[in-house]
Design a protein around this ligand. Structure first.
Ligand code: GLA
Length: 683
């Protein structure tokens, strides 16, 4: 159970900012919340200025009344620590709290998140506020979870001011111990960057040309750690006051600056904010699915929580269309289908002032009884009650994508043979499995891989010895691996492992790569499987591969690459390691992944028409099949071996079903036989 006080109900609600409204409006808020079936609100995320209008003066009266009102209406609170936007008095009095960018420019108050994560003054003042909140509300009946800060590192994920510089040096001293070790790790013999005292070291600021890559990489590690320290500081304060109340903060999915894998160890449960582009044809459903799968994989032993999504349009695209009718419901169901134990929105009531007043809310600017979106909110709330049996159940995947923040940071540093969009590449691969209804986790290459049949390693550029050995063990034991170009190139210091790429994967893949013949924008080559295979267009990259044990599955066609290996297969131990030395087009990639998946024994949850998403969630004693129709027309499909009870209609379903445009169903399966693979063993 993510939030014990919800008593196995799915969470439903959103950010609630009563401080923006006169208290007379609050009565209507709770009345409408009850109508909508809301059971959880994230309270007061940006209310620091109202809670502490001056340094010496606190005002908890309004929050007391809001908490009491919510408790009286049986609505629980995910209480925010309110530290995401320091009030103006703070920087006026203590300018050292302000963050400074790599060019030396200051971030000023007037929006939000302008604080330096490394400022001791910010930390002291935040800790004081959080201590007071924890102490005041620790026994409050509405308190069900703690929401620390908000979207850490969303706008400001770096600081280069004096506090950050000192903290960076301390972090480096802990990592390296001696300056000799640092100089060696940073390769400072290159371009005369040798440091003779710690005080010479700076954060990577504006430089004439490419800054030292290891310095940049360490700075990214440091900033992620520094911001995580803020979370841990606040978490420890609230945990001391309320050891039984779970603590989280809202992630942003594929958010590069924060190493969420490292962060997730510190969370009681993980939650995130999902804002894909809602317009048709923009890939919103696939993007949402990838984000859910990533976040779910960060804490695999429990569900996650969809902490925010928009009710309809947002305000940061060039043109902000609404979610087409049915899409808000469908995407809410998608979060559940992929492992969330609830659906929350930003925000409850649309603001009437401020920068996000046109962003929408569960209650919009028009009266609730006239609002199309509020009708949808009520309908969804009613459905979620019927879906409560899924709470606590989990999604099991046979396929994993190795996805590592450190590899992401390193491979996207400047000065590479061709730019690589690491997360995009991983998501493109994910999308091919998503389209086939094959569940995918995102894993660290060094984590336990037993249980997966297939692991894909897209551009796993930075690879430790431990991770490489783990991948080899996985294949040796019978697993299937597909590594792509630019994997296993550098060590943790971003130093090339010389002697032939991809050094640490060479024996496993049965090949080595001599050089890279990258393809520029608009340039293509073709690859061909065997002599008779149809040519398939490829872009971006071509590895000059020499096999040393691997068999060649496909070859390039053009220029000096003609006839040279593009895709290989190598039997290793009881498993198979494939290598992809280029980027095939969408259909060809799907075809390749399909072939490799079949060879690995990977099965789809359901064979369904295009645009129909199917997932399974499992308990020790129940299984749920979700089927979601993302098409704008109705579809008929066969449930094949599955049968059971539709949780919404309460009717038995079997064989063929019809799903309306944007329709969705969840079937509690009859456990008469072992369809789709073995059950998860109960913990
Ligand atoms: C983020 C933030 C919210 C709000 C929404 C909508 O998710 O957490 O405070 O700003 O975006 O823009």
């Amino acid at each position: 159970m993510l939030i014990p006080k919800l008593n196995s109900a799915l969470a439903y609600g959103g950010d609630y900012n009563p401080e923006q409204w006169p208290e007379s409006v609050w009565q209507e808020d709770v009345k409408l919340m009850r109508e909508a079936g809301v059971n959880l609100v994230t309270l007061g995320v940006f209310s620091w200025g109202k809670l502490q209008p001056t340094e010496k003066h606190y005002d908890f009266g309004w929050l007391d009344r809001a908490m009491d009102l919510l408790a009286a209406n049986e609505i629980f609170v995910d209480l925010a620590t309110a530290t995401a936007s320091p009030p103006p008095w703070m920087s006026h009095r203590y300018p050292d709290v302000l963050a400074i960018d790599a060019n030396g420019a200051t971030f000023y108050p007037g929006s939000r998140q302008h604080y330096s994560p490394c400022s001791p003054t910010y930390r002291r003042l935040a800790a004081t506020l959080v201590g007071r909140l924890a102490d005041r509300y620790k026994k409050h009946p509405a308190l069900a979870a703690w929401h620390i800060n908000n979207e850490y590192g969303n706008h400001v994920a770096e600081c280069h001011g004096p506090d950050a510089t000192i903290a960076f040096r301390t972090w480096l001293q802990r990592r390296y111990g001696t300056l000799e070790a640092l100089n060696s790790a940073w390769g400072t013999a290159f371009w005369s960057q040798w440091y003779s005292t710690w005080n010479e070291i700076l954060t990577p600021r504006r430089t004439p040309t490419f800054a030292n890559p290891t310095q940049q990489l360490d700075y990214k590690r440091f900033m992620s750690d520094a911001v995580l320290e803020l979370f841990v500081m606040e978490r420890d304060i609230v945990r001391a006051a309320t050891p039984d109340v779970p603590v989280t903060t809202n992630y942003m999915g594929f958010h590069k600056p924060m190493n969420y894998r490292k962060w997730s160890v510190e969370m009681d449960f993980v939650s995130w904010d999902n804002y894909p582009d809602p317009l048709p044809g923009r890939g919103g459903a696939a993007a949402g699915a990838a984000g859910h799968d990533l976040v779910r994989s960060l804490k695999k032993d429990r569900p996650f929580l969809l902490m925010e999504q928009s009710i309809s349009s947002v305000t940061w695209h060039a043109a902000n269309g609404p979610k087409p009718p049915g899409v808000m419901r469908l995407w809410s169901w998608q979060a559940l289908a992929r492992g969330s134990d609830g659906v929350l929105f930003f925000q409850w009531r649309a603001s009437k002032a401020g920068a996000e007043k046109f962003l929408g809310g569960m209650v919009s600017h028009i009266p609730a009884e006239k609002s199309r979106t509020f009708a949808d909110v009520k309908a969804l709330g009613a459905e979620l009650k019927k879906l409560a049996p899924i709470s606590g159940s989990r999604v099991r995947a046979q396929v994993a994508i190795a996805f590592d923040w450190e590899a992401w940071w390193a491979v996207e540093l400047d000065s590479k043979p061709a730019p690589i969009a690491y997360a995009t590449w991983a998501q493109e691969i994910h999308a091919r499995f998503y389209a086939q209804n094959i569940a995918v986790d995102f894993v660290h290459p060094a984590e336990e891989l037993t249980g997966y049949r297939l692991v894909i390693a897209p551009a796993l550029y930075l690879l430790s010895e431990t991770a490489a050995a783990n991948l080899a063990r996985f294949v040796e034991g019978g697993g299937h691996l597909l590594a792509t170009y630019l994997s296993g190139i550098v060590d943790e210091n971003e130093h090339v492992i010389v002697g032939g790429y991809p050094a640490r994967l060479r024996a496993l893949l049965g090949l080595w790569v001599e050089e890279w013949l990258v393809l520029g924008q608009g340039e293509t080559d073709t690859i061909r499987y065997g002599k008779r295979g149809q040519p398939v267009v490829c872009t971006h990259w071509r590895d000059a591969i020499h096999t040393e044990g691997a068999e060649v599955l496909a070859t390039f066609s053009k220029g000096i690459m003609a006839g040279r290996p593009a895709i290989t297969r190598h039997r290793f131990g009881r498993g198979v390691a494939y290598y992809l030395g280029t980027k095939p087009g969408k259909a060809a990639l799907a075809d390749l992944l399909g072939k490799i998946g079949r060879a690995a024994g990977v099965s789809a949850v359901l064979q369904a028409p295009p645009g129909v998403e199917a997932t399974l969630r499992e308990h020790a004693d129940a299984r749920f099949l979700f089927v979601l129709n993302h098409n704008t027309r109705a579809v008929r499909l066969s449930l094949r071996n599955y049968s059971g009870c539709d949780l919404i209609t309460g009717k038995q379903v079997t064989l063929t079903v019809e799903l309306a445009a944007h329709g969705a169903m969840v079937v509690e399966l009859t456990l008469k036989r072992n369809v789709g693979g073995p059950m998860h063993k109960p913990p």
